[in-house]
Design a protein around this ligand. Structure first.
Ligand code: SF4
Ligand code: SF4
Length: 244
């Protein structure tokens, strides 16, 4: 039985089963995370400084696309975005303020996407990065429904472009989201978006170990001058915003 036959036969029973499991696991947050590398004691997090992020700049998105072979067909029906920049309006007194907000996977410490995945294709590594094993993914898209941040996307088409031959070519029929460039962090390199943001002189992105009290990221987080998106959901996002 291949992965798609599995889906067909499992059908509604699977859906009902996972929603119960999801409800339970979301409350307990234990027992579902798995690790594919030895524990380093690290927990990776990111800071997005919106006061430095430039309007109209796409350096981070372009670098991410190139590094990870993220599909771009020039057609919004099929394009994949691991990073998005959206305009958010807020009312301050009588004034309507507009902000450009960079969005990506929050690498939640309590990730609903991993909790609903029926084949454990989505999992949280020991260092906190939430990742998808594309060989296991059966394309059911439960994770896309479960993610409250709309961070997951689905590859409906094969991507013929393959700019970075060191990374796998993207194939259709699987879910995708930011990996925090785990392959780079594992060899002590910064994610492609962080490097690109530095290169254009904005320096709006910072990635570091939030378990290390002496790291730059921890020092900023502990000032309390950061916000996370929808903290009330209990997902424990590890992307922190300045100026949100
Ligand atoms: S933001 Fe969404 S895809 Fe990313 S870890 Fe959280 S629930 Fe999962
Ligand atoms: S689509 Fe998401 S939930 Fe379904 S198998 Fe793939 S990673 Fe898991």
């Amino acid at each position: 039985m291949d992965r798609r036959d599995f889906l067909k036969t499992a059908g509604g029973t699977l859906l009902a089963g996972t929603s119960c499991a999801y409800a339970f696991r979301f409350l307990t947050s234990a027992g579902w995370a798995s690790a594919d590398i030895p524990s380093s004691g690290k927990k990776w997090g990111m800071i997005v400084d919106l006061t430095k992020c430039r309007e109209g700049c796409t350096a981070c998105m372009d670098a991410c696309r190139h590094e990870n072979n993220v599909a771009h067909f020039g057609d919004e029906r099929w394009d994949i975005h691991w990073i998005k920049k959206v305009k958010v309006e807020s009312q301050v007194g009588h004034k309507t303020m507009e902000k450009n907000v960079m969005l990506l996977c929050n690498h939640c410490d309590n990730p609903p996407c991993a909790q609903v995945c029926p084949v454990q294709a989505t999992y949280k590594r020991d260092d906190g990065i939430v990742i998808i094993d594309h060989h296991r993914c059966i394309g059911c898209r439960y994770c896309m429904i479960a993610c409250p941040y709309n961070a997951r996307q689905f590859n409906f088409r094969d991507n013929e472009e393959w700019p970075n031959k060191d990374r796998p070519k993207r194939s259709h029929g699987v879910a995708e989201s930011c990996t925090l460039c785990a392959h780079r962090l594992d060899v002590s390199r910064m994610p492609a978006c962080v490097e690109a943001c530095e290169q254009v002189g904005a320096g709006a992105l910072l990635v570091g170990d939030i378990n290390d009290p002496d790291s730059n990221i921890s020092k900023i987080v502990t000032t309390g001058a950061v916000k996370r998106i929808r903290e009330d959901l209990g997902t424990e996002p590890k992307v922190y915003y300045i100026g949100l």
